[in-house]
Design a binder for this molecule. Structure first.
Ligand code: AHG
Ligand code: MN
Ligand code: MN
Ligand code: MN
Length: 329
């Protein structure tokens, strides 16, 4: 029918954010503006990633970040784009980024929010044209607006997140976020420069056919994980592992599945970072009826001790996480 030829125009993300704001009559629009700033930066990065192989920015820099990872050019570019957008937007007083050791002062002491960001997730995949992402968390600061921010503002448990989301630069660019009222996904239409609501009210299936893990450290995984992996094999589940957390998470969110990054001899506390990666995805999972644990307790309940803290991370369909918990000793 003619319908199938019509243009898929619907709710833009801008309109969606505006509608959500009117549902909160006391809201002053600061969070809405902050989200729009992230949206804008994501469009710039999406374009840069699309051309990375041509513009020569898919390579390495000479630098290492605090986590001991060689920085790619796009790690640095994404870091600069997101932090500049947030600084110019004036809604956050300070930012923490995976690519920087310390807190970034935005010069807006009156702002009441802080942001924690993994500007480019999965960056080891960038030079082979495999999908990557961005992960972000928004918190209300604990210190009083107008006063100096402190590290305490950043060491809040994940339950305190006001908003969390990710951008997936895949076959299409998608932005998925929550403000604690369900999860919604938007797909980017590059020629229009707009995100459209494509995945309203995402819920994660209660179980699924996929498990995602890098097994190279299997010998030193905790018994709980070894037993769980055997059960996956017995149940004939399929392995899917991109090596970009955002992508592995997104597939399991939509199709049902579990993602595991346990502790091992190489990574005593797991590899993934509680503040930059796990908390945001844990909030999205819970808002979509999935769950996220560190092996025994919910990720969101962990009281962070320092900002670069790593944590074993298991996230996915609620029944699969329940099964994993059942194997704890
Ligand atoms: P980042 O690129 O932000 O440093 O994150 C890398 C993370 C994550 O994206 C991915 O799932 C994981 O590292 C992959 O680790 P392995 O290579 O050990 O599987
Ligand atoms: Mn990194
Ligand atoms: Mn990452
Ligand atoms: Mn990163």
């Amino acid at each position: 029918s003619i319908q199938s030829f019509s243009y898929p125009v619907g709710t833009t993300i801008d309109r969606f954010i505006g509608q959500r704001q009117t549902e909160h009559p006391t809201a002053k629009g600061e969070l809405s503006q902050l989200l729009r700033d992230i949206v804008l930066a994501s469009k710039i990065i999406s374009r840069e990633i699309n051309r990375a192989g041509l513009s020569g920015i898919d390579g390495m820099t000479e630098e290492e970040n605090f986590h001991g990872e060689k920085q790619r050019m796009l790690d640095v570019i994404a870091d600069v784009r997101f932090t500049s957008a947030l600084i110019k937007g004036e809604q956050v007083c300070a930012i923490l980024s995976e690519e920087r050791e310390g807190i970034i002062d935005t010069g807006h002491p009156e702002a009441k929010y802080i942001v924690i960001i993994d500007p480019l997730d999965g960056s080891s995949n960038i030079d082979v044209n495999i999908s990557v992402g961005t992960i972000f968390s928004v918190y209300r600061r604990i210190s009083k607006p107008g006063e100096a921010f402190t590290m305490e503002d950043f060491l809040q448990a994940g339950t305190a997140q006001v908003a969390a989301g990710y951008i997936l630069y895949g076959a299409s660019t998608m932005l998925v976020y929550t403000t604690g009222d369900g999860v919604n996904g938007f797909t980017y239409e590059p020629s229009l420069g707009e995100y459209f609501l494509s995945h309203p009210k995402i819920t994660q299936p209660e179980s699924g056919d996929y498990y995602s893990i890098n097994e190279n450290q299997r010998e030193s995984f905790p018994d709980q994980v070894k037993t769980y992996l055997s059960s996956c094999k017995k149940d004939n589940l399929n392995t899917r592992y991109v090596g970009s957390l955002v992508c592995d998470f997104h597939r399991n969110l939509l199709k049902g599945g579990i993602y595991l990054y346990p502790s091992s001899e190489q990574y005593q506390d797991g590899k993934l970072r509680l503040l930059y990666e796990c908390n945001a995805l844990a909030m999205i999972a819970e808002q979509a009826s999935g769950s996220s644990i560190d092996g025994s307790q919910p990720i969101l309940r962990i009281q962070p001790e320092w900002h670069h803290q790593r944590v074993p991370f298991f996230t996915g369909s609620s029944n699969m996480i329940k099964d994993l918990l059942g194997f704890s000793t």
